[in-house]
Design a binder for this molecule. Structure first.
Ligand code: HEM
Length: 394
C-alpha cells in the first residue's frame, strides 16, 4: 500500500502525487500511528463535514495535539464546538461576511496601490511579502481593531508562528514563543479597549461585549486567543494563493490574456487558483460519536484529517483536475473547509484576491516571475511560496 504520513519529507515537498495514489488505492487511509484516518476524496470530506454533531474540535483542528488527542492550548474559535461555537461565530460574522468585505474593498485597493507605488521605480515586487501579506495583515488589523501601524510587528510574529524545523513535527519553539508574543499583544489590546470605554464597531468591540449562553463575558486572555486566529488564519494563507495565481497565469499566457481582456473573469480565475494550489494541506476533527460514511465506520476517539488539496484534485468532482483553467467555475471547492467551521474569512480572502489581481494585471500584465529568487519552504501545514518576486515594466 502507498505510504503516507502527514510529516514525511515527500509530503512537505510535493504531496500531490502521493494524494493521487491515496485517492485511487486507499481513499480512507489508516493513520496507524495515531489510530485515526486521513480522507482524500472530495465527496467523502464533504459528507464527513456534514456530521458536525458527531465531531469535535476541542483537540484543535491541526498538528500533534489533534493526532495525539490532547486538548489544544490555542483555544480559538476554530477549537470550539456546538452551541458555544455557533453563538460566537454568529456574533463575529458581520465583520467577515460579504458586506464587510465590500466595505473594505476601497481600503484594500488603496493599500495595494501604495504597496505597488513604492516599488514602481525598482520594477520588482515580492508578491507575498510586499503585497499579499501587506494587504492581508492590514485587513486583519482593521477587522480586529488593532493599529495598522503595528502590521510589521504582527507579520514578524506570524512568520515565526509558521516556522518549521527538519525532524520536528508541527510547531517549533520559535512558533510557541510567537504565540506568547501574539497573546500578549492582543490581550493588551483587549484590556486597553475595555479601559477606554470607547466603541469602534470592530471585532474587538464584539468580543469585549460578547456574552456566552450563560451570560458570561469573555476574559481578555480568551479574547486574545480568538484574535490570534484572525491574525494568523488570514495572513499566511491568502498571500500564498495570490502568488500561485500569478505563477499559473504566467505559465498559461493565453489565460492571462483572456483575463486582461475581460477582468470580469477574475473572480472565477481566483476560484481556480484556490482549487489548483490549495495551501492548507490538512485540518481535522476528533470523532466523539460513532457514525458511518458508506461502508466505513468512524469510532469515537479517532482523529480524522481532511486532505483538502487532494479533494480539490479529485477527478470524480472535477473534469481533468490537473488542468488549470480559469473558465472552469465549479459549483464547489474545499479550499475553505466545509460545515460548521467553514472559513469565516473566505469573503475577505476573495475580495483581497480580486483587488490584487485587478491591480497587478491592470498595471503590468506582462510581469515575469523571478523563479530563481522564489522560496517554497517545506512544511506539512500551509504550503506555498514565502518569497515570490516578480519583475515588471510599469
Ligand atoms: C485563501 C485564504 C484562506 C484559506 C485557504 C483559509 C482556510 C480556512 C479553512 C480550511 C478553515 C476551516 C477550519 C476548520 O474546518 O477547522 C478556515 C477557518 C477560518 N478562517 Fe480561513 N482561510 C483563508 C483566509 C482567511 C481570512 C482572510 C480570514 C480572516 C480575515 C480567515 C479566518 C478564519 C477563521 C476565523 C476561521 C475559523 C472559523 C470557525 O472555526 O468557525 N481565513 N480557514
Amino acid at each position: 500500500m502507498i505510504e503516507y504520513d502527514p510529516y514525511m519529507p515527500e509530503i512537505k515537498e510535493d504531496p500531490l502525487p502521493i494524494y493521487a495514489r491515496m485517492r485511487e488505492e486507499c481513499p480512507i487511509y489508516p493513520l496507524e500511528r495515531w489510530g485515526g484516518w486521513a480522507l482524500t476524496r472530495f465527496q467523502d470530506i464533504w459528507d464527513f463535514c456534514s456530521h458536525g454533531d458527531s465531531l469535535s474540535s476541542a483537540n484543535g483542528n491541526q498538528g500533534p495535539t489533534l493526532l495525539e488527542g490532547r486538548p489544544s492550548a490555542l483555544q480559538t474559535l476554530a477549537g470550539m464546538d456546538g452551541e458555544a461555537h455557533r453563538r460566537l461565530r454568529k456574533a463575529l460574522f458581520p465583520h467577515f461576511g460579504p458586506s464587510a468585505a465590500r466595505r473594505l474593498a476601497d481600503p484594500m485597493r488603496t493599500w495595494a496601490r501604495e504597496c505597488i507605488e513604492a516599488h514602481l521605480e525598482s520594477g520588482r515586487i515580492d508578491a507575498v511579502r510586499e503585497l499579499g501579506q501587506q494587504i492581508a495583515v492590514r485587513v486583519s488589523c482593521t477587522i480586529g481593531g488593532v493599529p495598522v501601524s503595528d502590521c510589521d510587528l504582527l507579520l514578524d510574529l506570524v512568520h515565526r508562528f509558521f516556522a518549521r524545523e527538519e525532524g520536528v513535527e508541527g510547531m517549533v519553539e520559535e512558533g510557541r514563543n510567537a504565540v506568547l508574543g501574539l497573546w500578549d499583544y492582543l490581550e493588551t489590546a483587549a484590556r486597553e479597549r475595555r479601559a477606554s470605554g470607547r466603541e469602534y464597531g470592530d471585532a474587538l468591540d464584539t468580543l469585549t461585549q460578547f456574552r456566552d449562553q450563560d451570560g458570561q463575558p469573555l476574559s481578555d486572555e480568551r479574547i486574545a486567543r480568538h484574535m490570534l486566529l484572525l491574525v494568523v488564519g488570514a495572513t499566511e494563507t491568502f498571500p500564498k494563493v495570490f502568488a500561485t495565481a500569478l505563477l499559473r497565469l504566467e505559465q498559461h499566457p493565453d489565460q492571462r490574456r483572456d483575463l486582461c481582456a475581460d477582468p470580469s473573469l477574475i473572480p472565477t480565475a481566483l476560484m481556480e487558483a484556490l482549487r489548483f494550489d490549495t495551501p492548507t494541506q490538512w485540518l481535522g476533527r476528533t470523532v466523539i460519536r460513532d457514525f458511518a460514511l458508506g461502508e466505513h465506520r468512524f469510532e469515537a476517539g479517532q482523529p480524522v484529517i481532511l486532505l483538502f488539496p487532494s479533494a480539490n484534485r479529485d477527478a470524480a468532482e472535477f473534469d481533468q483536475p490537473d488542468r488549470f483553467d480559469i473558465h472552469r467555475n465549479p459549483p464547489r471547492i474545499l479550499t475553505f473547509g466545509q460545515g460548521d467551521h467553514r472559513c469565516l474569512g473566505n469573503h475577505m480572502a476573495q475580495m483581497e484576491g480580486r483587488i490584487l489581481l485587478e491591480e497587478v494585471l491592470g498595471r503590468f500584465p506582462e510581469y515575469t516571475v523571478l523563479r530563481d529568487e522564489t522560496v517554497h519552504p517545506p512544511t506539512e501545514f500551509v504550503q506555498g511560496y514565502s518569497h515570490f518576486p516578480i519583475a515588471f515594466q510599469a
